[in-house]
Design a protein around this ligand. Structure first.
Ligand code: ADP
Ligand code: MG
Ligand code: ZN
Length: 614
């Protein structure tokens, strides 16, 4: 077997050495398009769809990375209807399968699925149907073209394996499709242990081509995926080597999504209040998702949205702990519009197909998650808002830290993203996913928060003094072996909080940044390594504390520290009026009593939302 695999790898199972452009015309091209129109009611291919379909018809191993909502399903469903035998689709979520089967039925395509909630009798019937279809025993029924199954079943059920063996022997296993294939990698945020089992597919069925689908696949995840699925090294779909995997990526960028980061007020009640205001003002009666950081959070946020809006916002709660039946009902209410705003963890979303999601509110912990979650918005191509509510504390929340070797990188990534008031969000994503397709178009999107921001609302502030003070507080506490969290440090920096006595601080002494700005300061110091994180764990959780950073010397040696701060809208407006009015003094002094120069030393009010409360 291994030899066979190696042979496949090296391409000695031969054929002419032609470099293939899968976007060319093929003998099946006409049939593909006709079938697409007739069966799926779709007129034109989108993004890489045509290339993937061609490579699929050509029997290649394929990796296809296209954004959520781009139409990855068509890339296997359409070829499946034109290929003898059955295409096996491995999919992580039952809700996703159910959606797909419904769509197939609407298009008169024979589909089957195996889920844990089916009764033994139903499962047995499905097995019979599959075997009969493979061996051609039941000629009264149409051939099963697509069979959906969870990775657990593939890994654990010997019965399933034996049915697959029957199909392979009858040459009726056309292809194996792995949806959400990034779930195989521990590097990714969606890692699912059951996906590990899929490593065996290539060994058990060496001649069945594999199609791996994903919406987000940063380079490290992609490397993992190739290794785990034992796929031969990929070449590009526009110039594919005669053997090996063919890889397709499409611009991850979706024009109709408007990205925005907002600083989050400190109290949870205020956060919800802002959300309610936002939803009622901008998206009244429209469909949206609020992604929360934990199951408990999603329940709390739903209850508070409900209460705060006096029932005007129809909420639902969705997370991994909800039982299958309730999940189904939720999906139904969501489909039918009985639930308008789903408060959910990331468990909600893999494969949901509701087109008119007009807004997604996030509390993401990484740039990848923000990107991935926002993919659920605006699948109908119409405008949708993706708003990340952010505080430093969120980035320092620790679930995942033990499982995720990449936690550090992700944390700094999201902090940097949120403190960036200038860079186009699209370009940040491009960089982050280092997708070659983005490189061709390196222009700014023109409609994210940073592209539409009045440039005079961003000020650069010299916070070297404040940083030195924060550092000396941290050193003092550290030398006395007193642990301090980022939040406490932000308080101490302003002369308040639990360590005031010990530090003999007087309120207003020295640092007078607003609470928001002092958080920005600490976040920036973490990025610069003037401060570092340290971790302590007990049986229940890991706690993050702050200690003097490895590069803190640089501050002592005279390096300066600048941060970008946002002026409140009111101030920007007044400034603009003053400028345009051209009155004397209008240039030097900002309206609203905010002399711009002194802002670095904390007249406050520089928080993104102008909020000052603790
Ligand atoms: P993905 O799996 O990439 O997130 P889906 O396969 O679920 O996306 O497709 C999203 C939606 O786009 C589906 O409703 C599908 O019918 C539709 N769709 C797919 N391809 C096309 C196309 N070429 N033109 C128009 N609509 C399409
Ligand atoms: Mg999909
Ligand atoms: Zn932009």
């Amino acid at each position: 077997l291994t030899q066979q695999i190696d042979a496949l790898d090296e391409g000695v199972l031969s054929g002419p050495a032609v470099i293939q452009n899968y976007f060319d015309e093929f003998e099946w091209s006409e049939r593909l398009r006709e079938q697409m129109r007739k069966v799926f009611g779709i007129e034109n291919f989108r993004l890489a769809q045509e290339g993937v379909c061609n490579a699929n018809m050509d029997g290649r191993d394929i990796i296809c990375i296209m954004p959520t909502g781009a139409g990855k399903s068509l890339t296997y469903q359409l070829p499946a209807t034109l290929t003898p035998g059955c295409t096996l689709v491995i999919s992580p979520l039952v809700s996703l399968m159910r959606d797909q089967i419904l769509h197939l039925q609407e298009n008169q395509i024979e589909g089957l699925m195996f889920t844990a909630s089916m009764s033994p009798a139903e499962i047995a019937a499905a097995y019979n149907r599959l075997t009969a279809s493979a061996t051609g025993k039941n000629s009264t029924k149409k051939e099963v073209k697509l069979c959906y199954v969870t990775p657990e079943r593939i890994g654990k059920s010997t019965k399933f394996k034996s049915v697959l063996a029957t199909m392979v022997a009858a040459k009726k296993l056309a292809r194996i499709v792995i949806d959400e294939a990034h779930c195989v990698s521990m590097q990714g945020h969606d890692y699912r242990p059951d996906y590990k089992q899929l490593a065996g597919l290539r060994v058990l069925y060496p001649h069945v081509p594999i199609l791996a689908l994903s919406a987000t696949c940063p380079p490290d995840v992609l490397r993992d995926l190739i290794a785990i699925l034992r796929l031969p090294l990929p070449t590009d779909g526009r110039a594919a080597a005669p053997h090996g995997t063919v890889k397709f990526t499409s611009p991850l960028y979706r024009k109709n999504l408007h990205y925005k980061v907002l600083s989050k007020p400190s109290g949870s009640v205020q956060v919800v209040r802002e959300m309610v205001k936002y939803i009622l003002e901008h998206h009244r009666d429209e469909t949206g998702i609020v992604y929360c950081l934990s199951r408990a959070d999603s329940e709390r946020v739903a209850a508070e949205l409900d209460a705060e809006s006096q029932g005007r916002i129809k909420t639902g709660v969705y997370h991994a702990e909800i039982n299958d039946k309730a999940k189904e009902e939720l999906h139904e209410s969501w489909r039918s519009g009985k639930v308008k705003v789903m408060c959910a963890t990331i468990a909600f979303g893999l494969g949901i197909d509701k087109k008119d999601v007009r807004f997604v509110l996030h509390h993401s912990k990484s740039v990848e998650t923000f990107y991935q979650e926002s993919g659920r918005a605006g699948r109908d191509g119409k405008d949708a808002d993706c708003i990340l509510y952010y505080r430093l504390q969120d980035a320092l929340r620790t679930p995942g830290i033990l499982q995720d070797p990449d936690w550090e990188r992700r944390t700094s990534g999201i902090i940097r993203f949120c403190l960036d008031f200038k860079g186009c969000r699209k370009l940040v994503f491009a960089n982050y996913f280092s997708s070659s397709d983005w490189a061709e178009d390196s222009s700014r999107c023109g409609h994210c928060d940073n592209c539409t921001r009045d440039p005079t609302s961003v000020i650069e502030s010299d916070v070297t003094l404040e940083a030195k003070r924060v550092l000396s507080i941290t050193r003092l506490l550290h030398s006395r072996k007193i642990k301090v969290t980022a939040a406490q440090l932000a308080q101490a920096a302003r002369g308040s909080g639990p360590h005031v006595k010990l530090l003999q601080l007087t309120p207003g002494d020295g640092v007078t940044l607003s609470s928001h700005d002092s958080e920005v300061l600490i976040a920036t110091m973490l990025l610069e390594r003037f401060l570092d994180k340290s971790y302590t764990s007990n049986a229940y959780k890991v706690q993050v504390y702050i200690k003097p950073g490895t590069l803190s010397r640089r501050l002592d040696e005279g390096q300066k520290l600048f941060i970008h701060l946002l002026l409140p809208e009111r101030v920007v407006r007044n400034n603009r009026q003053a400028r345009e009015g051209g009155g004397p003094g209008g240039k030097r002094k900002a309206a609203g009593g905010h002399p711009i120069k002194s802002i670095s030393h904390g007249t406050g009010g520089t928080g993104g939302d102008g909020s000052e409360e603790e």
